[in-house]
Design a protein around this ligand. Structure first.
Ligand code: SF4
Ligand code: SF4
Length: 467
């Protein structure tokens, strides 16, 4: 350890070259924290994981280890090679992705799933999807479902998939989409609503087309705005999801919040995802190509002129603290955002602490926050004429409070996905977002998407690899 370095904790990771499990350390250098590891065959790797305040050490919450309600695999080869979930996992699933197609109608330079435009592939039919749903029910109950891909809206029978999930007992179903079809076909959106779709997780990287041309290869803003409009007309809640790429849209964070505020109550939330490096990267991604959680939080304050503040954001109550942040706000009649997370954080974290109860609580909380309000959106007055909404601070229960502020709420959150360079297996074991693999296993998102620098996947497209 160099004289200016301080060891924060020891963990494990994988070698980005060969994906073998290797020891790793989280080390403080000045204001920043790095994950440092050494493969006996491929040398040393150092990756920035946290820059500045709020400090890495302070970003924590009192969480008890939990276990999956049902384990499909044994812990044999050791994490991350036993996913199933295995008996070594420390958290229950809150949200689970079902990849209902490998096809897509875009060819984004940035794609977690490594999908290419027009990529042929047989879609799982409804009976296969039903078997996934039933497996999830048997593995712990009605988790929040994310129908994903590829691009799920390329399927004409997507409304049938949504309806099937509800029929089987799932309460919250969202689609993860680029929004192209939703922007073009309002009747398709109406069919999804009729089927019971609760939320659209809309890829929305920024508020101008320069950003879309860089990240998605083409101008898309008009279609995205049409998608938001069609969702509002059909009473479907929208979460704007921005993949943050340093130098491309990291200066647009404040504008995106201002944009979302104008779209309340149809837009329920903004979710930021710092870019991760999946696929083929022969050279280690440079640290300048990464933005970390505290930087996003600070940018939220500085770029909104203090409309939201660093102190309004908290570590998560479900997954590992260093995976994400969140804050909840109420739009006030004068256009300001009133934070209520800080007022009630004690309540929220306390409720989330007992593990199984906490997992259910986090699941219900997210479902309620991201769905459209009960009151029809068409009848809700817009920002200029928003009725008075009292910030409920002295409330007896979280449910009462949410009832009162549900309509004019905006949640702001972010999740820093892990790749082969910054993977911390302690974080991965706490993961509560998973994907169902074609062979019916539940695999944490960051394990499923993990690839070596040569593009070799650990799970996606094949069975488990060896440690
Ligand atoms: S990520 Fe979880 S399920 Fe997968 S091997 Fe590690 S502990 Fe087991
Ligand atoms: S998906 Fe990745 S970043 Fe998100 S909770 Fe799971 S391990 Fe953490």
């Amino acid at each position: 350890m160099a004289p200016d370095e301080k060891l924060l904790n020891s963990t494990e990771s994988v070698c980005p070259e060969c994906l073998k499990r290797i020891p790793a350390q989280n080390v403080r250098r000045g204001n920043d924290v790095y994950l440092i590891k050494e493969c006996p065959d491929h040398g040393q790797f150092s990756t920035v994981i946290w820059r500045g305040e709020p400090a890495y050490e302070s970003w924590a919450y009192p969480k008890k280890a939990s276990s999956p309600a049902a384990c499909a695999t044994e812990s044999n080869k050791g994490c991350p090679f036993d996913c199933g979930l295995c008996s070594d996992h420390h958290q229950q699933s809150c949200g689970v992705l079902l990849e209902v197609t490998s096809r897509c109608n875009l060819a984004c330079p940035v794609c977690f799933a490594g999908i290419t435009e027009g990529a042929a592939g047989e879609d799982p039919d409804l009976s296969v999807i039903e078997s996934w749903y039933r497996m999830l029910l048997a593995s712990g109950g009605p988790v929040n479902i994310q129908l994903s891909g590829g691009e799920p809206t390329v399927r004409d029978d997507l409304p049938d998939i949504v309806a099937l999930g509800h029929k089987l007992g799932f309460n919250f179903i969202q689609i993860n989409t680029n929004g192209l079809r939703l922007g073009k076909e309002s009747e398709y959106v109406a069919k999804l609503k009729k089927a019971g779709l609760n939320c659209v997780f809309l890829q929305f990287d920024g508020t101008n087309d320069k950003i879309y041309k860089h990240i998605r290869g083409t101008a898309l803003l008009e279609l995205k705005e049409a998608a938001i409009r069609h969702c509002a007309e059909n009473e479907i809640g929208v979460v704007l999801v921005s993949t943050l790429v340093p130098g491309i849209n990291t200066g647009n964070i404040g504008e995106l919040i201002n944009y979302a505020v104008q779209k309340i109550p149809g837009v329920r939330a903004v979710h930021f995802q710092p870019i991760g490096y999946f696929g083929r990267y022969p050279k280690a991604p440079r640290d300048e190509g990464r933005i970390t959680i505290p930087e996003v939080i600070r940018a939220l304050e500085s770029q909104t002129g203090g409309k939201v503040k660093t102190a309004n954001f908290l570590p998560p109550a479900g997954e590992n603290a260093h995976c994400s942040f969140h804050g909840n706000f109420v739009l006030m009649p004068d256009g300001t955002l009133k934070s209520w997370v800080s007022d009630l954080s004690g309540y929220y974290c306390a409720k989330a602490e007992p593990s199984s109860e906490g997992s259910v609580h986090a699941r219900n909380f997210m479902a309620k926050q991201w769905s459209a309000p009960k009151e029809p959106l068409k009848s809700i007055k817009r920002l200029k004429e928003a009725p008075k909404v009292k910030p409920a601070i002295n409330v007896s229960s979280m449910s009462d409070f949410l009832e009162r502020v549900h309509t004019y709420t905006l949640s702001i959150s972010g999740m820093a996905f892990q790749d082969a360079w910054n993977l911390d297996l302690d974080r991965l074991r706490d993961c509560h977002i998973s994907i169902v693999s074609p062979d019916h296993r539940i695999i944490p998102f960051c394990a499923y998407n993990l690839t070596s620098c040569a593009g070799r996947a650990l799970y996606r497209g094949k069975g488990p690899d060896h440690g």
